[in-house]
Design a protein around this ligand. Structure first.
Ligand code: S3P
Length: 178
């Protein structure tokens, strides 16, 4: 474990729901001794309600507006790890802002593994549908080109949280960013 690491760029984690972004962000934060921020958590704090409630009562468009405002603020910070909600990338402006100060890691996960990891949670409004696997496939196909604009892609299908965090650190070290 490092005490405090001065990073040349923020670490930005993107990827579909269930990719492990939040757990890996927390682990990296502990390992590097730097803060992490989650776009979903910040939305919940600001709104004093859950993401599911925001979707239900105010709609996705409103949620995306909040997400965009939060990304603008986070992208201005230094030395943090940013855990992005799975849909952050669908607004191109978000990708542009995050790239200005951060290095982007896309955690790829296959539809089947996403389905397995998310099926017992009802916290994700977009997957509360009759056929979640079909929805996952549809959204992943739509988002693929956005996710692939990341600087690095890490396949998380067969990886533990620890292994994924190590893979991120390895890439950062070889790029001399930490
Ligand atoms: C979403 C992903 C969720 C959350 C919201 C919408 C998406 O975050 O922001 O339910 O559009 O993919 P996680 O990726 O952290 O589950």
């Amino acid at each position: 474990m490092l005490k405090f690491c001065a990073m040349k760029k923020n670490i930005v984690l993107i990827g579909f729901m269930g990719a492990g972004k939040s757990l890996v962000a927390q682990r990296l934060s502990r390992m590097l001794g730097v803060a992490f921020a989650s776009t979903d958590q910040l939305i919940e704090q600001k709104e004093q309600r859950t993401v599911a409630e925001v979707f239900r009562d105010s709609g996705e468009e409103y949620f995306r507006k909040l997400e965009k405002e939060i990304v603008v603020k986070l992208a201005q910070k230094k030395n943090i790890i940013i855990d992005c909600g799975g849909g952050v990338v669908i607004q191109n402006e978000n990708l542009i802002n995050l790239k200005k100060t951060g290095i982007l890691f896309y955690f790829y996960t296959s539809p089947e593994v996403i389905y397995r990891r998310t099926k017992f949670h009802s916290t994700r409004p977009l997957l509360n549908v009759s056929d979640p696997l079909a929805k996952i496939k549809e959204l992943l196909a739509k988002r693929k080109s956005y996710y692939e604009q990341a600087d690095y892609v890490i396949d998380t299908d067969l990886q533990t949280v620890e292994q994924t965090a190590d893979a991120v650190l390895k890439q950062l070290k070889s790029a001399k960013l930490i």
